[in-house]
Write a protein that binds this ligand. Structure first.
Ligand SMILES: [Zn+2]
Length: 157
């Protein structure tokens, strides 16, 4: 089979590569580097979500995603941090910076936020948001933790 025949077999498949965002043009000399996106929401909708493909099960196992990811505080905080790191990697002169961002940041955060068994969106599906309460806490007894003036710190009996 020739190369053109091989290519022809795939002509009926939609070209999914056209939706992959490209990096912004480099800033001209003297320009202050600017973020590509105004905030994490725009970044997730316009760059991150179109670039990431995962097998979403949405049944409390495997991987989950919620279209209202921003309604989950932990996910919102993590995605905001990911966006800021992505912007920094995009501007970095080190050509490996974006690879490092994926390996050292995105991969870890995705494992945490998309965990269908224990992640912050475990009750959601891509089409259905359900509230997931934050961890419950009880105030620690006074003096339990060290303070700036050298408190006693935790005691364990
Ligand atoms: Zn949700």
């Amino acid at each position: 089979m020739t190369e053109s025949q091989l290519r022809g077999e795939f002509d009926d498949f939609p070209d999914t590569t056209t939706n992959i965002p490209t990096a912004a043009p480099a800033a001209a000399a003297g320009d202050t580097p600017r973020d590509e996106f105004p905030d994490a929401d725009a970044w997730v909708r316009e760059w991150f979500a179109p670039a990431v493909a995962l097998k979403i099960t949405g049944d409390g196992r495997g991987l989950v995603w919620c279209a209202q990811w921003w309604a989950h505080t932990e996910v919102a905080v993590r995605m905001d941090a990911l966006w800021k790191g992505w912007e920094a990697a995009r501007r970095d002169k080190d050509k490996a910076a974006m690879s490092s961002w994926w390996i050292q940041h995105a991969d870890h955060h995705l494992r945490a936020v998309c965990n269908g068994e224990s992640g912050p969106m475990w009750r959601c599906t891509p089409g259905l948001h359900r509230e997931v309460p934050a961890l419950r806490t009880v105030p620690a007894p006074p003096g339990w933790f060290a303070t700036g003036d050298g408190g006693a710190g935790p005691t364990f009996a």
